[in-house]
Design a protein around this ligand. Structure first.
Ligand code: HEC
Length: 190
């Protein structure tokens, strides 16, 4: 009987702890605004997608046009206006590493989000045009590096140029777009 009473007391205690703890956990989760949770999830999805495309260019995973396109589409659907709109209102907030400069330099931020979309569209259609192999037409050519980098480089207009450059080059410039935006609009220690 004594044991039963102990068990009953223990159970009651456990239940009351659970009842007490749950609201705290809920409150902690709620203090990170849903748009911040969402954009961080989207960014992680884009990072996974970029990794998978990178592995195919490197040859560490076999080329598969469907997976390549799927990854490009993940980036496309999370870029452009879909990306920008998750920073509407106050860009910074609890749990966020977004910089306050997003609010003051919004045009540049939105522009980078659109550049990302343009490169992703180019990669997606490269997969359509190359259903079997990641062939030489998708590869960066000698001279591509000068296009978009360095003081003598021709300035790239992603919306106009991404579709006509080799996919590998569009991919490199896309990664540079991720890096440029992070360098300017993400704070590391916050
Ligand atoms: C237009 C600007 C912009 C572009 C372009 C951009 N990012 Fe981000 N990224 C951000 C900002 C701002 C944050 C911080 C968001 C926050 O914490 O609220 C972030 C955060 C991240 C994170 C951390 C997410 C987390 O869990 O906290 C990853 C990973 C990431 N980005 C990957 C990428 C990749 C990969 C690309 C390119 C394919 C990319 N980003 C393109 C602005 C950008």
């Amino acid at each position: 009987m004594r044991l039963n009473a102990d068990v009953a007391r223990l159970t009651a205690l456990t239940l009351s702890i659970a009842a007490f703890a749950t609201p705290i956990l809920v409150a902690a989760a709620q203090s990170v605004p849903p748009n911040v949770v969402q954009r961080q999830q989207d960014m992680k999805a884009m990072a996974e997608a970029a990794k998978s495309i990178n592995a195919m260019f490197k040859g560490s995973s076999p080329y598969d046009a469907k997976r390549f396109k799927g990854a490009a589409e993940t980036i496309r659907s999370n870029s452009g206006v879909a990306l920008s709109s998750l920073f509407d209102g106050s860009a910074t907030g609890p749990g966020s590493k977004a910089s306050a400069s997003i609010e003051t330099e919004r045009q540049q931020f939105d522009g980078l989000a659109l550049d990302l979309a343009a490169y992703a569209v180019a990669l997606s259609s490269a997969a359509d045009q190359n259903p079997e192999t990641l062939g030489p037409r998708m590869r960066m050519q000698a001279g591509d590096a000068a296009f978009g980098g360095g003081p003598l480089a021709k300035k790239v207009d992603p919306a106009g140029d991404a579709a006509s450059m080799p996919a590998e080059h569009a991919f490199h410039l896309m990664l540079q777009t991720c890096t440029s935006c992070h360098a300017k609009f993400r704070v590391e220690n916050k």
